[in-house]
Structures are given as structure tokens and as C-alpha cells.
Design a protein around this ligand. Structure first.
Ligand SMILES: Cc1cc2nc3c(=O)[nH]c(=O)nc-3n(C[C@H](O)[C@H](O)[C@H](O)COP(=O)(O)OP(=O)(O)OC[C@H]3O[C@@H](n4cnc5c(N)ncnc54)[C@H](O)[C@@H]3O)c2cc1C
Length: 317
């Protein structure tokens, strides 16, 4: 890694942590994942002249967000642009950035972070690797994803205003989503759930609200160039101008499997303190890995908080 001018002549506090043989380098903090959570943490640590390294394998939900319009101070920006600017910003403050896939984190004289290429050591680690949406195969998805096919009401519900919307889901969460969408954005909603998933009382509730329910599984999105409908495996075609998918998501946390972390909820999200420290001391988790709503500005705020706390502890070492 090229050293930044910000670090010149500075004796790193990590010198107090012995560097075992076979280790690539030691840092004050290794940040895993370059979404808004990880990048914000790296920017703060860089501005404290801490040696921070961001490791990212180059994907992530934020990069798929075409229009972020709810981030304070920015009228509209794509997620890719937000992440690219954040990456340049962290480098300007001396942060390191490497394209590597993190395979494990173990506790040994601080933490050892092993990637597909190297091993690193640091007294602090921030996990900020987000989640991956569970999305069933539906033909022609890529053509419409992020443009008229969405996965997050907080992010893109606003973009469905007044449109004919279909909600594709695999649980009664889809019913809750439909009721919320009707209250806020549009009265023209059809919910599609797999056969046998919709309980009678929920079906009544939907009927009372004027929301159409269908049993079936989606096969293909229709329309050229704009979305005009969804075809089910039964052959039925449901007209729509926008679709909201609700199939849940899984945490990108396989590299933490060796650590006994406190977790909660159906998705076993990582429990953290008010400064976003996990149940393993000096290991922090921010963004969508922890309970709460996966939003860019929330992840960034948590990254900021974790970095401030880590810097405070480094001052005390
Ligand atoms: C289509 C879409 C639209 C959205 N719109 C909005 C919006 O309008 N407003 C809003 O606030 N939010 C929006 N979001 C949500 C938002 O982008 C993220 O959920 C939120 O920013 C959480 O960020 P994060 O830092 O936790 O994770 P992410 O942004 O997902 O970043 C995680 C990073 O970790 C990396 N990573 C994962 N595993 C590994 C590994 N093992 N090794 C190395 N790197 C790894 C990935 O490459 C990725 O860069 C949208 C999401 C999507 C999908």
C-alpha cells in the first residue's frame, strides 16, 4: 500500500501489537466492506491520522441503488457515485483501500483478518459488509431492477407514487408491505404470494382495502422499454408499471463464523452496543449487518460513531 503524506513521520500506535510472521501488515483498524458504513468510518479514522485499511471485494447493495434521494445534503446521487466519491475521500485522508475478499476474522493478539490474498493484523475491526437480497429467478429482471423493480419501501416506495404496482413476496410480510404502500403511495396494488401462504383473515383485510391478491409464482417481467406487467407460471399476466419484491435477505457475514457473536431476530443480526461494538471486544459492526433499517445515511452515521469510539480507545492504549 502506498503510504499517504498524512502518515509520514508518525509512529503508529499499532507498533505496540507484535506483528507475527507471515502477516502482510498491521493497521490501527481493518474495515471490511466499502459501503457507506465502512467508508464513513475510514474517513473519520483517516482524519485522526489512524492507519485504517478498507477491504472490499467489489459488489454491495449500495452500488445497485440508482437513485438515492434521501441522503441529507445531496439532492440525488447513484449509490455507485456515492461509494466512488467516498473511496476517493478516504484515500485523500490517508486511508488504504484494497480489492480483496475477506475469508475469516480470528482473535489473536488483536484480530487477524485473512483474505483471498493476504493476512492482516489490527487491534480493531469494523464489519460493514451489509446484506444480500434473496431474489428468485424472474426472467428479464436485470432490465428493470432499480428502474421500476424495487426491493425497499424506504428507498424507492416514493418512486411508485400513483403507479399500478405489483408486490411479489413469499410471506405475509408482502401483505404488510401492500397496506403500507396503499397508505403512502398508490391505491392500485396487486399482491402475489405462493399458493397457500395467504391466511383467510389477511385475505379479508386486503379485500377491505381494495387490494387484489393472487396465488402464484412470477415467471417473467413484461414490457419494452418500460415495465408493463408480470407473467406468472400459471400464464396469468398482471399489468403493472412498478414492482416491489419482498423475499428477505441474508447477512454477508460468513467470514465471522468462527466468532461467538451475540445475535437476534429471524435473520440472526449482530447485536451491538450504542457505539456499535459487538459482543466481541473491539470488533464493531455497522450498517445492514445489525438490527435496524438498511439505509445509507444510517450506515454512515454508525460508521462515524464506531470510528470515534475506536479512536478514543487508541488514545488510551
Ligand atoms: C436497489 C437499491 C436501492 C437502494 N436505495 C437506497 C436509497 O434510496 N436510500 C438509502 O438510504 N439506501 C438505499 N439502499 C440501501 C443501501 O444502499 C444499503 O442498504 C445501505 O447503504 C447499507 O450499507 P452497508 O454499508 O451496510 O452495506 P453495503 O452498501 O451493502 O456495502 C457492503 C460492502 O461490503 C462488501 N463485502 C461484502 N462481503 C465482503 C467480503 N467477504 N469481503 C470483502 N468485502 C465484502 C461489498 O462488496 C460491499 O461493497 C438501496 C439498496 C438497493 C439494493
Amino acid at each position: 500500500m502506498q503510504e499517504s503524506p498524512y502518515l509520514e513521520g508518525r509512529e503508529s500506535l499499532v507498533g505496540k501489537f507484535r506483528k507475527p510472521t507471515g502477516m502482510s501488515a498491521s493497521y490501527d483498524c481493518i474495515i471490511i466492506g466499502a459501503g457507506p458504513g465502512g467508508l464513513q468510518a475510514a474517513i473519520h479514522l483517516g482524519r485522526y491520522h489512524r492507519r485504517a485499511l478498507v477491504l472490499d471485494h467489489g459488489s454491495g447493495r449500495t452500488r445497485h441503488a440508482l437513485h438515492i434521494e434521501n441522503y441529507l445534503g445531496i439532492t440525488a446521487i447513484s449509490g455507485k457515485n456515492l461509494v466512488d466519491i467516498g473511496t476517493e475521500q478516504l484515500k485523500a485522508f490517508g486511508g488504504g483501500f484494497r480489492h480483496e475478499n475477506v475469508e475469516s476474522v480470528t482473535v489473536a493478539n488483536g484480530f487477524v483478518v485473512t483474505t483471498d490474498k493476504e493476512r492482516y493484523q489490527a487491534p480493531f475491526v469494523i464489519a460493514s459488509t451489509g446484506v444480500t437480497e434473496k431474489i428468485p429467478f424472474i426472467a428479464r429482471m436485470n432490465r428493470f431492477f432499480g428502474r421500476s423493480v424495487y426491493t425497499c419501501i424506504d428507498c424507492d416506495g416514493y418512486r411508485t407514487m400513483g403507479k399500478k404496482v405489483v408486490i411479489l413476496a413469499d410471506s405475509v410480510e408482502g401483505v404488510r408491505l401492500a397496506l403500507g404502500m396503499k397508505q403512502m403511495f398508490t391505491p392500485e396494488i396487486t399482491v402475489v404470494l405462493p399458493e397457500g401462504v395467504l391466511p383467510a383473515d389477511f385475505a379479508e383485510l386486503l379485500a377491505e382495502e381494495g387490494i387484489t391478491a393472487r396465488a402464484g409464482t412470477p415467471q417473467e417481467f413484461l414490457g419494452e422499454p418500460g415495465l408493463t406487467g408480470v407473467r406468472l407460471h400459471s400464464g396469468e399476466e398482471i399489468p403493472c408499471e412498478a414492482a416491489m419484491l419482498n423475499y428477505g435477505y441474508t447477512l454477508n457475514d460468513g467470514y465471522l463464523a468462527g466468532l461467538d457473536l451475540a445475535r437476534e431476530g429471524n435473520r440472526a443480526e449482530i447485536v451491538t452496543s450504542h457505539v456499535h461494538e459487538t459482543s466481541v471486544r473491539n470488533l464493531f459492526a455497522v450498517g445492514a449487518l445489525r438490527p435496524g433499517n438498511p439505509q445509507a445515511i444510517i450506515a454512515a452515521g454508525q460508521g462515524c460513531q464506531a470510528a470515534i469510539e475506536i479512536n478514543r480507545r487508541l488514545l488510551e492504549i
